[in-house]
Design a protein around this ligand. Sequence first.
Ligand code: MGD
Ligand code: MGD
Ligand code: SF4
Ligand code: MO
Length: 717
Amino acid sequence: MQNTATPTHCPYCALQCGMNLTPTPDGTVEVSERADFPVNRGALCGKGRTAPAVLARNVRLTSPLVRDEGGTLVPASWDEALDRIAAGLGRTRAAHGPDAVGVFGGGGLTNEKAYTLGKFARVVLGTSQIDYNGRFCMSSAAAAGIKAFGLDRGLPFPLEDIPKSGCVILVGSNLAETMPPSLRFFTELKENGGTLIVIDPRRTRTAEQADLHLAPRPGTDLALALGLLHLVIAEGRVDEEYVAERTAGWEDARAAAMAHWPEYVERITGVSVPELRETVRLFCAPESAMVLTARGPEQQSKGTDTVGAWINLCLATGRAGRPLSGYGCLTGQGNGQGGREHGQKADQLPGYRKLDDPAARAHVAEVWGVDPDSLPGPGRSAYELLDALGTDIRSLLLMASNPVVSAPRAAHVEERIRSLDFLAVCDVVLSETAALADVVLPVTQWAEETGTTTSLEGRVLLRRRAITPPDGVRSDLEVLHELAARLGVEKGFPTDPEEVFEELRRASAGGPADYSGITYRRLAEENGVFWPCPAVAEPVEDGEDALLDAPLPDDPARQAASGHPGTPRLFLDRFATPDGRARFVPVSHRAIAEEPDDEYPVLLTTGRVVAQYQSGAQTRRVAELNAAAPGPFVEIHPRLAARLGAAEGDPVAVVSRRGRAVAPARITGAIRPDTVFMPFHWPGEGRANTLTNPALDPTSRMPEFKACAVRLETVER
Ligand SMILES: Nc1nc2c(c(=O)[nH]1)N[C@H]1C(S)=C(S)[C@@H](COP(=O)(O)OP(=O)(O)OC[C@H]3O[C@@H](n4cnc5c(=O)[nH]c(N)nc54)[C@H](O)[C@@H]3O)O[C@H]1N2
Ligand SMILES: Nc1nc2c(c(=O)[nH]1)N[C@H]1C(S)=C(S)[C@@H](COP(=O)(O)OP(=O)(O)OC[C@H]3O[C@@H](n4cnc5c(=O)[nH]c(N)nc54)[C@H](O)[C@@H]3O)O[C@H]1N2
Ligand code: SF4
Ligand SMILES: [Mo]
């Protein structure tokens, strides 16, 4: 059976590598190279290459499961399972009101699913209590980007700009492991004579590629960025003309930076003054330069201010909104970008509109055919929502996240989940969280359904169905359609992704993330379109002038033919603020929420390894990946290990105020002696999130995954 290959994209990370899928006799697919997608040009990491393994029937769910009277999950019919969910959610709503029903989504959901989930929460359930795992991901960068630029799109330029820039500072990104095919953009940068600076407390595979590696103490990136800005000012490297023409708020930001003397910053960060000076020299010498952040500086209780400080550095040196220069955030999940634009976030409506903006409410309510006053207001953020389970929130519908493994202070979150009156989970596998549910619905996977995702570049992409799903599974859209009907809403929840996308276009029209000029046909023909891409009635000649607020033409062919070209590069003429100027944010350093002390003298930071993805729900089911990364570990510097009396492979207990985790020691000089590192991909004894601190950033509500105080103990085995 040699069917033609279907061009599509990887189910996992935000790079959204292109791949071709060919059906195989066993009902799964074979992955082959798809060279026409410019981001990865055929290259894939091990996770993408092995993704078909999760399509196999022996690892995935193929029947709904319901909890029987004895408390065991047993197979059930779709009707029974859906009836039980409608009854469970409906009971809570009747007894405790709509806000007692919670919804938790994920950045892995396609735009169509994320949009429908947000609409389902607000229109069908009438609850304000919806948020998603993206809160744990890039929310600090998003908040800082909106403050400074008036708009949040992960990268404001395509990845292909990176090799042509003069210098790139990568702050807390280990992309050699988290987005391996993207490493080529950085090696090309170096081949072209550009400089790569990596800032990470560990000498990672990414740091090994750098011309300069700074290894600050975790949680001190804010001080580091302020120290660099101090030197920029002191050395007369401020681009005064740019600051005057394109920014606002410089004086306050300048004054704040001046208080951060290099020697003071050295004491806080552990990065020496000569290293700071060298960084400034390398960053300022070339004509263009970029700062890219990932989870290192963002997953902190001051992540928003920290990213703000890096943006300030870009603005002061004229390195934003200019060719080959700018600040960008490396978004993480497959649809981490689109997932934050279309309404599954607590405070948000489709098109990146604000839920508390009356005009936005009116626009979206009209598209949805409901009264604007019927839309609830903003709800709790992800951790706060999870923390309220079993008390204010009594029932939960969870789609595409596994918080038992991935949420901070996970033992507490697990206990909160167990205390719910009712939990329904839609997943492709029986994740650790699904295993606690009253009803589990098995859903279709990436190769079995069509939908769009928006990559870290802000490029909207079409994922195509390549095979028929097995009997017994349904798509998330079908689930929401069926539940809506059972809860009394017959219309407005289509199951055809393209029909949903057509509605999303209208809902997003005129919003910051405007998709109204994008059609499935364009996505197929153009290999993706960068938003904003408004619908236009006339062919566009030079950019924004021809944009109209006119309703979309009815004929999709005309829409496609008259399309806006999309926006690969943002801010070149103006920023997305009312006056077009970027805003400096005055920020000052502050400590992490939990500094080490006598009882908990060591810092713990957490992150990823190349062969596992997130909570591991999918990748821990793939033999090849498990062979490469079989379990958790604790990275410890040789000096710290010697003090502890631990040898390579010895089980080590890591104890924080939240709990205790045990994993084998991995002794390496690649980490700071005051810090240990654990990957968070595993449940059970070695679960890193048993330890992490849910201290939240006041703006983004991001938990402090990247720094908390722990002590180490040896374990007798
Ligand atoms: N293999 C794999 N790839 C993935 C994922 C996965 O789970 N596995 N997940 C995807 C998702 S959703 C995301 S969000 C991305 C994340 O991608 P990354 O942000 O690259 O991943 P992390 O490993 O969480 O963190 C990056 C680095 O931050 C460093 N770090 C820790 N604390 C600090 C600090 O205080 N300051 C600084 N500057 N650095 C610090 C860590 O040592 C680590 O090397 O990866 C995506 N790709
Ligand atoms: N300590 C620590 N904790 C962290 C982080 C860290 O750096 N350190 N990083 C945080 C970050 S950045 C993130 S993004 C989170 C991620 O953590 P999670 O939210 O747990 O992410 P996943 O493990 O990807 O969970 C996705 C689940 O949805 C299922 N799934 C996949 N596709 C679909 C679909 O289309 N529909 C449905 N219904 N289900 C689907 C998968 O099988 C899986 O069970 O973890 C956070 N937790
Ligand atoms: S880098 Fe990301 S998108 Fe590319 S193959 Fe790996 S997991 Fe998939
Ligand atoms: Mo993420």
